[in-house]
Design a protein around this ligand. Sequence first.
Ligand code: NDP
Length: 296
Amino acid sequence: MSAKIIDGKKVAGITRDEVRQDVEDWLDAGNRPPFLQVLLVGNDPASNVYVGAKTRACKEVGIETDTHRLPDTVSAKELKKTIHRFNDDDSIDGILVQLPLPSHLSSHDVIEAIDHKKDVDGFHPMNVGRLTVGQPSFRSCTPAGIFELFKYYSIPTKGKHAVVVGASNIVGRPISIMLSKEDSEGKATTTICHKYTKDLTAHTISADILIVAAGQPNLVKGEMVKEGVVVVDVGINRVADETKEKGYTLVGDCHFESVQEKASWITPVPGGVGPMTVAMLMKNTLLAAKRSIYPE
Ligand code: NDP
């Protein structure tokens, strides 16, 4: 079997077109444009790239945005004061603090300082908790994007065995919750693996759906998966490559060549999950502007 490609770039384009149309309708109805406030601490090159991609996408769909930069020496108190100011500003619909933060700052504390009604990343404990108990919430963008891909390609999850490799609060854990949900989506039997999982292959080999979000290049190889598995490779890893102008190549967490020989569907890296994450941020910002999740 040679896997069919789950084209995240294409589906993200469709999603962004839909958001652009919805924003137009929203403006035609006499509303102001949605506004996303980004907070960027320090000068991490990868964070700069991600923020650049997000703000470009905003402009493309008609969402207004501003990036507030703070030095990497900023105190937790100062950072939270800035967030509280954004919370109180009615012209700001969504707030995004770009992660990771410098090591002296606790991302938990900082995320909790964001008004959950403006938490368009879906990381606030209120949103994660509401997701867990099936209440309307902002859903973390990467897992939400993966579900959009399943929907677009009519890939069923109901009754399947879904295995998630990685248990972070931003990808592994929320996608495992969404996959295991008994109500509107998911309905899969879900296994979640992490660094302390003994014999990872024993789990990955039984997966009908395999989500890999560990940040480890080539962690999952062909011999670790069964024929026909659907593979979603979330990992984005920079691997040194002298033949490339930038000096590196982007690879996922799966060894693409060997895994795609056995899979029925697979996401490429780049061009798989990444573009969906940005598209879902646009969608969440529009939901925030419309007060759709938390009506006033
Ligand atoms: P984290 O480092 O926060 O979490 C990684 C998780 O993987 C942890 O739970 C860790 O276990 C687990 N893990 C690490 N090594 C292994 C291993 N050898 N076997 C099993 N589990 C392992 O990363 P993120 O969740 O933030 O990101 C994961 C990857 O996804 C990264 O490459 C990141 O760049 C990418 N990413 C891509 C996005 C996209 O839009 N495509 C969005 C967000 C992230 P433990 O809990 O025990 O430490």
